[in-house]
Design a protein around this ligand. Structure first.
Ligand code: HEM
Length: 106
């Protein structure tokens, strides 16, 4: 595990994200990407950078917000007890076997 985390570079700069850069903290973005990245344009590269940056960036962001708000209005989400969530590094850190989520109707 230590070796995997030590090899990560993208989105893990402690200068940008702080000493807890390795923690999953979506609330970092509560006041927007610019504030979360301390105005460092190269710090958040999920959609690429520069002239070839993803053309679907605004569309994808809006789509995710709409889809998530529709789901959260109808369901409570919990992580399945069967979920092992083994972190796996392939350019970025991701769960090796995905994340099994259970949806409970509200
Ligand atoms: C969460 C959703 C998405 C993510 C994370 C994402 C991410 C990316 C990334 C990393 C690139 C490469 C940028 C680069 O080379 O620097 C890219 C390119 C591209 N994306 Fe997306 N993308 C998403 C959704 C979409 C959607 C919804 C569309 C279209 C409706 C789209 C269309 C494109 C196109 C056409 C390119 C190529 C741009 C070019 O080479 O000039 N993407 N995307």
């Amino acid at each position: 595990m230590e070796v995997i985390i030590a090899t990560l570079a993208v989105h893990h700069s402690s200068e940008v994200w702080g000493k807890d850069a390795h923690l999953f903290k979506p609330e970092r973005f509560a006041e927007g990407v610019a504030k979360a990245t301390r105005d460092s344009m190269m710090a958040f590269l999920s959609f690429g950078y520069g002239l070839r940056k993803c053309v679907g960036f605004n569309f994808a962001n809006t789509e995710v917000k709409i889809a998530l708000s529709m789901i959260l209005q109808r369901y409570r989400l919990t992580v399945s007890p069967n979920c092992t969530n083994f972190p796996f590094a392939m350019f970025t850190l991701r769960p090796k076997d995905g994340v099994q989520i259970m949806l409970h109707p509200l």
